[in-house]
Design a protein around this ligand. Structure first.
Ligand SMILES: *Cc1c(COP(=O)(O)O)cnc(C)c1O
Length: 482
């Protein structure tokens, strides 16, 4: 297990905020949950949120705003063109990142669409530490290709490596030489590397990788959607950076890049996105795409209220007491479960905890969707909704056979500032119970299988009556109403 310490408060992660507004939650009795699971076709994307106790599907667009963010929403400047709200937002981003030019977009993937549309030509290769689903989809949509060069050690699920998101510098240089710089429109580095478990990149690696790109004249792009978690990890895990402030670290990272983009559904605690561009000519070369796909250049498809809120949210993301809460809660959850023997992705990253479903349900075949089954079992055992990240999320091979995912994970996202520690304790307790009863969990099979994005809309059924038996065991231990 990792020996990486909490910031400030050793052992007990603390909420450095208090609750002022609440949303009532409902915990349906176990029998009701069983009915809802059948109604949802054993697809947790099809559940209604009102039937879920703790929604740990994602950290996107569901982070809690502060009182100051809510207050800012009361004074937006409504205008199609020239909204003062936009200029306030752009000025705040310039203050934090030191980059003058800002293009607003309605969310992170919209920024990726603009980048791919403008810069990627058929046959081009975009190099990354690791892909994100939407980033890759936009690049391949326009005929480009993605090379993922995260270091091999970063792909080991159980590890003590502090920066598993680091790009392999030798592979990066070799790849640049093989592809030639002319065929590489940009190198994209993702802070808080999402799909390998929210794993961070060190400042040293950001600097070395972008220096290498500069040597070859290649444009550098930072996906900063998960930057706030990455900042926390640099501050607490990178020795040479521990005396720097979060603002200083942010500026040092930003200085490495030509373009920064982010989803404000994560960074900024709101909903939206933006591209920041250092060079004026480069900025003008992308400008026309915003009115075409997003909206006018001073709102980019966002509500001015959200823009006011995120402007305050950016400032809050520069506070260690704010950005430490998510990673500390996640570390607490992951370490408790790992200590109990549950196979977890370690060390804990940002955005959520990840359970290695392939190992938990080693009695199931990959074609029975272990992570898909575990995520359904987790709803039956406690009303908790996680997300399947495995074979179910893949598409079939051309010959109709299953494409088996390289990792088979269940993600329990921890939206920022949303859950209390007792809710996290409840999750730990129910995951442990499920782990003890893992042999009872059977597989799933499709009843209706869409060709694309089957995990969103597919309908499945259990391969036996395991959900009934699991629910009966749960009621025997926790009672009829639990
Ligand atoms: C969520 C996310 C995106 C996409 O952002 P959306 O706002 O959901 O479109 C891109 N990159 C990373 C790293 C993300 O986590």
């Amino acid at each position: 297990m990792s020996d990486i310490k909490f910031y400030k408060h050793q052992q007990i992660p603390l909420e450095m905020h208090k609750v002022k507004i609440v949303q009532q939650l409902r915990l349906l009795p176990a029998d009701e949950r069983l009915k809802k699971m059948y109604a949802a076709g054993f697809n947790t994307f099809q559940l209604h949120n009102g039937d879920i106790f703790l929604d740990m599907l994602t950290d996107s667009g569901v982070n809690a705003m502060s009182d100051m963010m809510q207050a800012a929403m009361m004074h937006p400047d409504d205008a199609y063109a020239g909204s003062e709200t936009f200029f306030r937002m752009a000025a705040k981003l310039e203050e934090i990142f030191g980059i003058k030019y800002c293009l607003p977009a309605h969310q992170g993937r919209a920024c990726e669409n603009i980048l791919a549309t403008r810069f990627v030509k058929p046959g081009n290769c975009v190099i990354m530490n690791y892909h994100f689903t939407t980033a890759k989809a936009h690049i391949t949509r326009v005929g480009g290709r993605v090379e993922e060069l995260v270091s091999d050690a970063g792909l080991e699920t159980e590890s003590t490596l502090p920066f598993k998101g680091n790009i392999d510098l030798d592979k990066l240089e070799a790849c640049i030489k093989k592809e030639t710089p002319a065929n590489i429109p940009f190198v994209r580095l993702e802070a808080g590397t999402n799909l390998i478990g929210g794993q961070p990149v060190s400042y040293e690696n950001f600097k070395a990788a972008t220096d290498l790109c500069k040597k070859y004249g290649i444009m550098t792009v930072l996906d900063a959607s998960l930057l706030q978690d990455n900042l926390y990890f640099i501050k607490t895990r990178e020795d040479s950076m521990k005396d720097k402030s979060i603002r200083e670290i942010t500026r040092m990272i930003a200085d490495c890049f030509d373009i920064i983009y982010f989803s404000a559904r994560k960074f900024g605690f709101a909903r939206g996105g933006a591209l920041l561009i250092r060079d004026e000519t480069l900025f003008h070369s992308m400008e026309d795409l915003i009115p075409m796909f997003e909206g006018f250049l001073t709102y980019g498809g966002m509500s001015v209220r959200e823009m006011e809120a995120m402007t305050v949210g950016f400032d809050e993301s520069m506070e260690m007491d704010v950005i430490s809460q998510g990673p500390q809660f996640i570390k607490y959850m992951v370490d408790e479960l790992a200590a109990y023997g549950v196979p977890m992705v370690t060390p804990a990253g940002g955005l959520g905890g990840h359970i290695n479903a392939r190992e938990v349900l080693e009695h199931l075949k990959a074609e029975e969707y272990p992570a898909g089954a575990l995520v359904c079992a987790q709803y039956l055992a406690g009303g908790i909704r996680g997300m399947e990240r495995g074979t179910l999320s893949e598409e079939r091979n051309a010959d109709g056979s299953e494409r088996i995912a390289s990792v088979e994970l269940v993600r329990l996202a921890v939206p920022r500032r949303v859950f209390t520690l007792s809710q996290i304790e409840y999750v730990i307790d129910r995951v442990k119970w499920l782990y003890d009863h893992r042999r009872m969990i059977g597989g799933l099979r499709f009843v209706h299988e869409p060709k694309t994005l089957r995990f969103f809309t597919g309908i499945l059924e259990p391969t036996s009556d395991w959900p009934e038996k699991l629910t009966a065991a749960y009621k025997a231990d926790f009672g009829e109403d639990a």
